[in-house]
Design a protein around this ligand. Sequence first.
Ligand SMILES: [Cu+2]
Length: 125
Amino acid sequence: MQKWIMFSLFIIACLLGTGVLFQNITARQAEMAHEATAGPTLKFTAANYHFDQPEYTVKAGEKVTVSLLNKEGLHAVEIVGTNVKLDNNNKSMEYTFDKPGTYEVHCALPCGPGHADMKTKLVVQ
Ligand SMILES: [Cu+2]
């Protein structure tokens, strides 16, 4: 009698273990699929009074997720000659840069004494 109980418990434990394993695998697969479809990104990290890179690069004709992160202070980003304008209320957008070239990027929100110098470049290749 006791053997049957032990055996049943063992089977239940095995089934639970397999269930947990499968759940993990499915969750990881979903995560990987999401990463694969995420595509190229262009991320501006802003602080007082500069962006994190002197120059950013994207490929022409590719849909890019453009985003802004205000690490210090309150800034907005504008890419001159495009429709890209982001601020804290509108932190990310998708955009396709069609024309290769160098674009001026600047802060579009009066943020303090260093505002006028808060510029960087975007190179569309
Ligand atoms: Cu500014």
